[in-house]
Design a binder for this molecule. Structure first.
Ligand code: GUN
Length: 295
């Protein structure tokens, strides 16, 4: 099967890392090293992997970083105290509290407590509001920003395109739709958000020029839901059982890749598509936070 229609997220992320590295060098000549603090609560295995990858990338790029881990039983007051400390730490320009956060803690309170200038995740209500208003001084959540950048750098025309976003979560679906509907270059799309209560999802998808799958259902997007030539972006990370693998499980996306790739115009592989971009945008957001603090 031809791989000519793949959107290589690893290669595009590497290109962004190089641009970010140049900005880090420029900051260093001014005596500034960007700093990024990670906070993890509990021992969720996926969060351990994600935070580990993000911290290793930070260090490889010369960003000062560390991870603070609180126990699964931590109270909201303890987590707020840690965030207060990081808000006041002048070496730290970005703070990332990895989701999910244990149930006894109200994540809305937590994300509202991160200083907006250090909110490189783009989860603070101030940054959510700026995104909706089209105010580019805010931070855009890393995964939708990464999908947007992949579309732009792959030459996909977004203006006027019919886009279907599958999923309405605060981390991907809602900010993704807000980004693409803005009256700016590389946006101005006609955006439909579908979710678990939507009717006629297949019909919506079949009209789409661009499908962005972020609902967290393994292999949800089937070939018959995709118009030939459409662009398909797979944000999903789903663990399914797989008796053929040593662990008994494997990770798959929200797109039935084997069936959809032959008819898609362009498609992200998964892994190797959106995932690397999330990290690239986090690094870029952190460097921008440091640039703004140094300005
Ligand atoms: N969990 C899944 N995606 C993300 C993300 O982009 N940021 C944070 N903080 N947690 C997540």
């Amino acid at each position: 099967m031809s791989s000519g229609n793949l959107i290589d997220g690893r290669a595009i992320a590497e290109q962004i890392h190089q641009e970010t590295s140049a900005r880090i060098d420029a900051l260093k000549t001014r005596g500034v090293q960007p700093g990024l603090a990670f906070v993890r609560v509990g021992e969720d295995p996926a969060s351990q992997v994600y935070v580990g990858m993000k911290e290793r990338t930070s260090q490889r790029m010369g960003i000062y970083s560390f991870t603070r881990v609180l126990p699964e039983t931590a109270t909201q007051a303890e987590l707020l105290q840690l965030i207060r400390e990081l808000n006041g730490d002048s070496r730290i320009h970005g703070i990332l509290v990895q989701a999910p956060i244990p149930r006894q803690i109200d994540s809305t309170v937590i994300y509202s407590s991160v200083r907006p200038e250090k909110d490189v995740d783009g989860f603070h209500p101030m940054n959510v509001g700026k995104l909706l208003l089209g105010d580019a001084t805010g931070f855009v959540p890393c995964t939708p920003a990464g999908v947007h950048e992949l579309l732009i750098r792959s030459g996909v025309k977004i203006e006027g395109a019919e886009v279907v976003v599958l999923g309405r979560g605060n981390i991907v679906g809602k900010p993704m739709a807000a980004l693409l509907v803005q009256k700016t270059r590389n946006a101005s799309a006609t955006v439909t958000i579908c979710h678990s209560q939507s009717r006629h999802i297949a019909e919506h998808c079949r009209r789409a020029d661009i499908i962005i799958a972020a609902m967290g259902v393994a292999h949800f997007v089937k070939a018959e839901m995709v118009r030939p030539g459409a662009v398909v972006m797979d944000v999903g990370v789903n663990r399914i059982s797989d008796h053929a693998s040593k662990s008994g499980t494997r990770l798959v996306g929200d797109v039935d890749f084997a069936a959809v790739q032959p008819i898609a115009g362009r498609i992200t592989p998964n892994p190797g598509g959106v995932g690397p971009m999330t990290i690239a945008m986090l690094m870029a957001n952190t460097v921008r936070a440091a640039e703004m603090a140094a300005a």
